[in-house]
Design a protein. Structure first.
Length: 183
């Protein structure tokens, strides 16, 4: 049985921006919007059912990552949508739940970011970091650890890499799109 990778929930189907790539083994459900040049790699699961998921241009979500949201309730009228900005790299096996990420961020492999957390622009999150609910991660810093700690300001090379990583993945995604045309 072929499981469709883009699935509706309550009549809302994921919207995929121009030149974006969603691997056939990924599953996207419900109110999800991908901007242009986004890439979603194998075995990603994203569920925009009880709230919305928005992903900005040139952002990549790598293999095995899980994206989810929190429903609206009396005490939390907006719930927690998941908002991810532009040129963001989400490494392998990350868990992003109802948080807000700005632009040019690298989320290291296996990191977990919980509800209401806000990651400002130009932040590097080390592999395996746990970001507890409602924390604010300041622009220009490296965060590591469980629970996360502000480790140090970013080196110039690391700041530059944030954008470069998104460029690398945008180019890789274009190769994969070309492969689809050729097959
Ligand atoms: C954090 C990171 C950027 C390295 O930063 P760094 O300052 O160069 O760190 P160093 O390698 O010099 O190590 C400094 C210390 O931090 C520790 N450390 C390194 N990475 C760590 C991490 N992710 N979490 C916790 N501690 C970490 C090291 O063990 C070392 O500890 P010690 O001083 O007690 O020996 C890197 O390890 C990392 O996590 N990169 C993410 C890569 C990734 O996931 N990319 C996405 C996939 S495409």
């Amino acid at each position: 049985m072929l499981i469709p990778k883009l699935r509706s929930y309550k009549g809302v189907t994921p919207k995929i921006g121009e030149n974006s790539y969603v691997d056939d083994s990924a599953i996207l459900i419900g109110d999800i919007t991908l901007s242009e040049d986004v890439s979603i790699w194998p075995l990603v699961a994203a569920r925009g059912d009880v709230n919305t998921i928005n992903i900005g241009a040139r952002t990549n979500v790598q293999d095995g990552s899980i994206l989810h949201v929190t429903r609206k309730s009396k005490n939390n009228p907006d719930g927690y949508p998941l908002i991810i900005g532009e040129d963001v790299t989400i490494g392998h096996l990350c868990m992003l739940h109802g948080c807000t990420l700005g632009n040019r961020i690298l989320v290291g492999m296996g990191a977990i970011i919980m509800d209401g957390a806000i990651v400002q622009d130009d932040v590097f999150i080390g592999a395996g970091t746990l970001v507890p609910p409602n924390k604010i991660l300041e622009s220009g810093f490296l965060y590591v650890g469980n629970p996360m700690k502000k480790a140090r300001p970013l080196k110039e090379s690391e700041s530059a890499f944030l954008k470069q990583s998104a460029i690398n993945y945008t180019e890789l995604k274009d190769d994969y799109l070309a492969e689809l045309v050729n097959n």
